[in-house]
Write a protein that binds this ligand. Structure first.
Ligand SMILES: [Zn+2]
Length: 241
């Protein structure tokens, strides 16, 4: 017997804590970003200027910088080799802005240098897009096959295959962690080395980027909990038989 979603205790055990953790991490990074958006750097370079300097110094003049709408929507697109910075980052000379700009430049550097976890992450993207929606569907199909048609072995095998497919989402989230931590490490080293920030400002950059890293940790934990939820549902179903 499987619970309908509105009466599902596994939702409360596995999904709700993950959602709360994610919300706390999001609030923390937004708070840190806003706090250090008020602190100007002595050098007075904008986020866009910092990104340009880092890219050019590292022989990446071919990477273009564009402005994109949204709050903390900054990203690096490896396909078009474009760095997209939000207005709060591109136009500001704050500690938060130069930190985020340098972090995104760090991703461009990872791409140019063939940083292995980034390559692995990019390779996983198609499989993850597939697995995130097809995985749960296959699990449901397996459970239905078991329950309605009595095809226990086949249904069970199918359901576990769905869990494996869905598990790719969690693998992806964990591969993202070294990619993000490395981009921030590169950012901090370059900002200091190129005299864009001083020691005190570097401390602020550190706080902003650490807060951002925790959102990825929260996402990885959430993805793992989602997989564990399915494992729990399937094994509990087996025990009841
Ligand atoms: Zn990043």
């Amino acid at each position: 017997m499987y619970y309908p979603i509105w009466y599902d205790p596994t939702f409360l055990i596995f999904i709700v804590p993950a959602m709360i953790l994610g919300l706390i991490a999001q609030a923390a990074v937004q708070g840190r970003f806003k706090q250090y958006s008020q602190v100007a750097t002595m050098r007075g370079l904008t986020g866009a200027q910092v990104a340009r300097q880092i890219l050019d110094t590292n022989g990446l003049s071919g990477v273009s910088i564009e402005e994109t709408q949204g709050f903390l929507s900054d990203n690096y697109d490896p396909r078009s080799q474009t760095l997209r910075l939000s207005p709060d980052v591109a136009r500001s000379t704050s500690v938060a802005a130069v930190g985020v700009a340098a972090h995104e430049s760090g991703h461009a550097l990872q791409h140019a240098r063939g940083y292995l976890p980034l390559q692995l992450r990019s390779a996983l993207v198609p499989a993850v897009q597939f697995g995130s929606w097809l995985g749960p569907l296959i699990i449901m199909a397996g459970i239905l096959l078991e329950a309605l048609m009595g095809a226990f072995t086949l249904g069970n095998a199918l359901a576990w295959f769905g869990v494996l497919l869905f598990g790719l989402v969690a693998v992806f989230s964990f591969v993202t962690l070294p990619v993000e931590i490395d981009a921030s490490a590169r950012a901090k080293a370059m900002l200091y080395q190129y005299n864009i920030v001083d020691r005190r400002e570097l401390d602020g950059v550190n706080k902003v980027l650490n807060a951002a890293a925790w959102t990825y940790v929260a996402a990885a934990i959430a993805a793992l909990l989602q997989v564990l939820r399915w494992v729990f549902i399937l094994t509990a179903g087996n025990r009841r038989r």
